[in-house]
Structure formats: C-alpha cells, structure tokens
Design a protein around this ligand. Sequence first.
Ligand SMILES: O=C(O)c1cc(=O)[nH]c(=O)n1[C@@H]1O[C@H](COP(=O)(O)O)[C@@H](O)[C@H]1O
Length: 305
Amino acid sequence: MSIQTLVEKIKEKGNPTVAGLDARLEYIPQHIAGRNMMLHGETLRAAAESMVAFNCGLIDALCDIVPAVKPQAAYYELLGSYGAMALKETIDYAHAKGMYVIGDIKRNDIGATATAYAEAYLGKTRVGDTEIAPYGCDSVTVNGYLGTDGVEPFLKECRERDKGLFLLVKTSNPSSGELQNRDMEGKPLYARMAEMVAKWGEGLDTPCGYNQVGAVVGATWPEEQKIIRGLLPRSYFLVPGYGAQGATAKDIANAFNDDGLGAIVNSSRGIMCAWKKTGRNGEDYKEAARAEAIRMRDEIVAAIR
Ligand SMILES: O=C(O)c1cc(=O)[nH]c(=O)n1[C@@H]1O[C@H](COP(=O)(O)O)[C@@H](O)[C@H]1O
C-alpha cells in the first residue's frame, strides 16, 4: 500500500495519528500475561503470545478511528524466533482490520544487505519457484545515513510494489543534535539529509501529491520541523515523540502543511499504557487505549486547524 493509501485512510478517519505497537511484558495487563505464563511457563513463547493477544486487542479497539499502526522491530526481536512470529501475526491482523502498517525497522547497510532488509520487510523472498512476503509492511523507517546505495534497495520496493519509506532526518531523542545539527557546508546535517530525501523521491510522486519517500521528524523539535517542512513540501512526515517523550500538540503543528495533511503523529507508550492510569489493573486496556487515541486525535486536529 502506498503513501497515497495512508493519506486516504487519514482523511477518511479525520485522524493524522498512528498507534505504536511497542509492547514490553510490563505494558501488558496481568490477565493476558498471567494466562500465557500459566499455559507456557516463564518463556519467550508466553511473552510473544501475550504480545499478540495485547496487540490484537489494541487493534480491535482502534481500527475504526486510527488509520495506522507502527510496530517497532526491536520489541519483537527481544523475544527471539517467537517475536518474529508475533510481528508477522500483528501485521497480518492489522491488515485484516484495514489498517496501514508502518514497520519501524530503521535499517540500513551496504547495498547487498540492504536488499535483504528491503525484501524482508517490504518485498518478497524466493523459495524455489515461490515468492513469499516475510512481513509485508506497507512502509518502513530507513536510516539513510549510509548513503544512496543503502537506500536504493528500499526505493526499488517503492517503485515495483508501491511501498513507502520514512527516512530518518531529525530524530526525536535528546542527543539527536550531536550529529544531526552539526554544520555541513553551511547547513545542518539534517537539512542535507532532507535534500537527499528529496532526491531519492524523484519520480515517486503519488496522485494525491505526496511522495512515496517521507521523513522522520521528531515532535520534540518544532523549529527543525518548520525548516524541514520548507525543504520537503511533498513528503509525508512521521512524527514521533508525542506523549511519553514530552512533546504536546502545540509542538507538532509545524510538521503539517496548510492543507492539514503532510504528517502523521505517533504515540506508542501513551496509548499502550493508558490503562495504567485508570486503576483497573488493565481489565479496561482496550477502552483506555481508545479513549487516549481519541483524546490525542482531537488535540492534534485542534492544534493544526
Ligand atoms: O522512527 C521512529 O518511529 C522513531 C524515530 C524517532 O526519532 N524517535 C522515536 O521515538 N521513534 C520511535 O517512535 C516510538 C516512540 O514511542 P513512545 O515514546 O512510546 O511514543 C518508538 O517506537 C521509537 O522507536
């Protein structure tokens, strides 16, 4: 599914947000985790099955109001081979419920290895005469700081399979300026990366006007958002950092274009752990996640209006 599909889902739901599915065991209510540990002991399998059950519950609670989910690969890798299966099951369930899936993998490597990553998460792998999509994400996050040959395999998937990318431009973390804001021939490095993103997106515009090659721009950096928006008017921005990392709705307005489009704001812990604030031991985790997703949507829509 292309960025155009994401834009259509955002418009249809009137909601420019994405729910991050980054579960650790301590984010999963006891009634789910306890049951799986009773069945499978204190094992990676129990943790992975808990994660799938939790994710599916969240997806059920959110799919009619939130356009997309963003599973972060690290939390699935943490559970070994069971985690890989949990990721695939989560992606398939989100698709079955009509959601757009952003695979947060932040990968890159030399061209040959980047090809394997691109085929694993966006494309297909060949087994004999059969082609199989190992994960089948709609788009992924990519670290472009290795340069063009590491990004090209991902661009190939955009061209051939109508997929999307979000290239790290200005990340949300406190130390991101150590390198990303350093001067590079008269401009900060993140601005140079934005120029590269524009170049990589050439020929990949979609009919809705937005390009298949987007950018990751942290909610925690409103000034940089404004500069990068100016450099990349037709790129979609994935904006993490809202909620648990401290950014609020007033910090994200610069990421959007005047048409109210152009960015999708992520919240992971804010939605997943909303149940921890209700004092009901997680029995109400779906309702709590939905209420937080609605609160976030309304706050962000009001801020960009
Ligand atoms: O690519 C990302 O999504 C990302 C980039 C970035 O600059 N900062 C950032 O926090 N993220 C991811 O966004 C999510 C943020 O999670 P919360 O802070 O719990 O909302 C995590 O999955 C991060 O890995």
